[in-house]
Design a binder for this molecule. Structure first.
Ligand SMILES: Nc1ncnc2c1ncn2[C@@H]1O[C@H](COP(=O)(O)OP(=O)(O)O)[C@@H](O)[C@H]1O
Ligand SMILES: [Mg+2]
Length: 279
């Protein structure tokens, strides 16, 4: 099974990434059951799981994400930032969801049984970059907390906030009775980057993790650099400690400088070669 790298954006979409993560079975992390959106997958996953997330395979920033659940004979569909739509007829609500996503390729993912921070959804973002020698560096992690009433933790779309990981962890797990550790977060993140190296030369990776009530890590999404940009380093500028942010920005500047030097060198070499050409 080889992942399909989008030829224009040069990224691995959410569906291909899910299949990749599944076949590489990374230790110490759970991967939420995911299927392509269809009438059948929606109805069968609804029987298996109390909450479903529906997402286009190539969107970002929490855009067009919705949740779907059943309460007795009511079906509840909530698009991020909008009032929930409640209907009693499965076919009718399926039709509305299908109309909303139209021709976009879309996935349904089991809602991760996440722990919440002050009744808000949150996720952990880890950020890694590739050094010139090809090795991965773990730049840091933080927690994004979704705004009031949000189903996502992307801060811009939900008017959310960013906090240091340890601050949120010590609030949601006041005792040491949980499995979360920063070391585990680092190891899993590193392993994902090394796995990705087998498929494409990515240079920056930002991973979104969910955390369950025991402190177990779940992979929500793996973001990489592509032709449209890279995982947002500015999230780290919102932390009281600026060291991760400075580290990422310094690295970007170093890469840019190296690239510029390479361009100038090849330009000079080209000029020299032309001068030496016999008339
Ligand atoms: N399966 C899920 N279970 C729980 N929360 C989820 C799930 N999928 C997404 N979310 C929430 O929605 C946010 C955005 O989802 P994500 O897949 O990262 O899409 P995007 O590319 O838009 O960031 C996540 O950061 C998380 O807060
Ligand atoms: Mg995300």
């Amino acid at each position: 099974m080889s992942p399909i790298l989008d030829p224009n954006r040069e990224f691995i979409n959410k569906w291909e990434m899910y299949k990749l993560l599944l076949c590489h079975s990374i230790n110490n992390v759970q991967i939420p059951d995911t299927q392509l959106f269809s009438r059948e997958s929606l109805s069968s996953m609804l029987i298996q799981y109390p909450l479903l997330y529906i997402k286009p395979i190539d969107s970002w920033g929490g855009k067009d994400i919705s949740t779907f659940q059943q309460d007795g004979n009511s079906y509840i569909w909530t698009i991020q930032g909008q009032e929930a739509i409640i209907l009693h007829d499965f076919n009718e609500i399926y039709h509305q969801i299908q109309q909303f996503y139209q021709d976009k390729s879309t996935i349904i993912q089991r809602g991760i049984p996440t722990v919440r921070f002050k009744d808000q959804p949150f996720d952990i973002r880890s950020h890694l970059y590739k050094e010139m020698n090809g090795s991965w560096v773990y730049a840091g992690d933080l927690i994004r907390i979704g705004g009031k009433g949000s189903i996502v933790s992307n801060i811009e779309i939900s008017n959310g906030s960013v906090k240091p990981t340890h601050e949120v962890i010590s609030t949601v797990f006041p005792t040491s009775n949980h499995t979360f550790s920063t070391e585990k977060l680092k190891t899993v993140s590193m392993e994902i980057c090394q796995m990705l190296d087998q498929y494409h030369f990515f240079t920056e990776v930002g991973i979104d993790f969910g955390l369950d009530h025991l402190g177990n890590l779940w992979i929500i999404e793996v973001n990489t650099d592509d032709t449209q940009g890279a995982p947002d380093p500015y999230l780290f500028s919102l932390l009281p400690d600026q060291s991760s942010f400075n580290q990422i920005i310094d690295h970007k500047a170093k890469i840019y400088e190296k690239w510029m030097r390479h361009m100038v060198d090849s330009f000079e070499a080209d000029k020299k070669e032309k001068r030496q050409e016999p008339n």
